[in-house]
Design a protein around this ligand. Structure first.
Ligand code: SF4
Length: 328
């Protein structure tokens, strides 16, 4: 059970990392970008200064507790509702994880602070870094990522190149294409050239598949992603159209986990079932009860029904819901 967990969530299904135990080291939506495709919502705290935004000792204590529970975890992933490299204690926390377990550590980052030596040092012990780079021209960078005014795309690209030279683990560079913004021919050509200079181990092409904070922007077509893949060469793969990797381990119903997952991001029934190793029916029953209790709500995005948690619904209501499920 995950009662009282603040910084650790999941495991949740990840298209790239299997069953991923998430570590959130940043308060909700503290970021130096405000991407048009962000699933978390608009950036309400735009920051550039690195600080111990979430206390390292508390995160490590929670991780120690969670890792003592028997469960299938493929990767421990630093991600969540903001930019993880803004936490100045990130290196300390990764070091602590490496003392606790041999499970690979991944960090999903927007890559904007890799020009800082302190950030590159903090990431040294991780196994996989997944930075993003959606644009190379100032104009398109501004439109897609809406960065903090202190950030310049040239500096970010130099940071990525320096990091590649120093880092011995895997770098999987993600490019997320938004229809009509960064898919124009000239930008794609420049991206291709810069990616060739960075030399990541993999290039992963993505598009909007979950509801973004700004519903005005939409995905590029699947066939267009596969056409773009040809341009980026043999290390390139498309990740934006397949579902999460199937999960075979069956877990008991954990309503708290369903709700925790939905507090992180909107998910479909199928995604929840895979994440928690439950039958669709079990998840559907829980979702029905939670909707009735006002804990979650559903909505449609590109013909797929998604569920999301309603803000501030942890606590008493969760216990009430669990009691109801026992009665069923
Ligand atoms: S960098 Fe990540 S968290 Fe920040 S706005 Fe973009 S998608 Fe959202």
């Amino acid at each position: 059970m995950n009662h009282g967990r603040r910084y650790i969530f999941g495991p949740v299904p990840s298209r790239r990392l299997g069953r991923s135990l998430g570590v959130d080291v940043i308060p909700h939506k503290l970021c130096n970008f405000d991407c048009v495709y962000c699933e978390v919502g608009p950036t309400d705290k735009r920051a550039m200064r690195r600080q111990e935004y979430c206390p390292a000792d508390k995160i490590i204590a929670e991780l120690t507790e969670v890792l003592a529970e028997p469960q299938q975890i493929d990767t421990i992933t630093f991600s969540g509702a903001g930019e993880p490299t803004l936490n100045s204690k990130l290196g300390e926390i990764i070091h602590a994880v490496k003392q606790l377990t041999q499970i690979p550590v991944a960090v999903i980052t927007n890559g904007s602070l890799l020009y800082l030596e302190s950030v590159r040092n903090d990431l040294r012990e991780a196994d996989i870094i997944l930075p993003s780079l959606d644009a190379v021209s100032t104009r398109v960078f501004g439109m897609v990522n809406r960065p903090h005014p202190a950030l310049q795309i040239e500096t970010i690209i130099e940071g990525l190149k320096t990091f590649r030279k120093e880092f011995h683990g895997q770098i999987w560079l993600e490019i997320l294409f938004v229809k009509g913004l960064n898919d124009e021919r000239s930008e794609v050509e420049r991206l291709r050239r810069v990616v060739g200079e960075i030399q990541p181990d993999k290039v992963q092409l993505n598009t909007i598949i979950r509801p973004p904070s700004n519903a005005v922007f939409g995905p590029v077509a699947e066939k267009e992603l596969y056409r773009l893949r040809e341009l980026f060469g043999e290390t390139c793969e498309v990740i934006g159209v397949s579902g999460a990797r199937p999960v075979t381990a069956r877990h008991r119903i954990n309503n708290d986990e369903i709700l925790a997952a939905l507090h992180r991001r909107a998910m479909t029934l199928d995604e929840l079932a895979r994440a928690l190793g439950l039958s669709h029916l079990d998840v559907l029953i829980s979702l029905g009860i939670m909707e009735e209790e006002g804990l979650i709500e559903s909505f449609f995005y590109y013909d797929r029904k998604h569920y999301k948690a309603i803000e501030g619904t942890e606590g008493e209501l969760i216990r009430k819901m669990e009691f109801k499920i026992h009665l069923n």
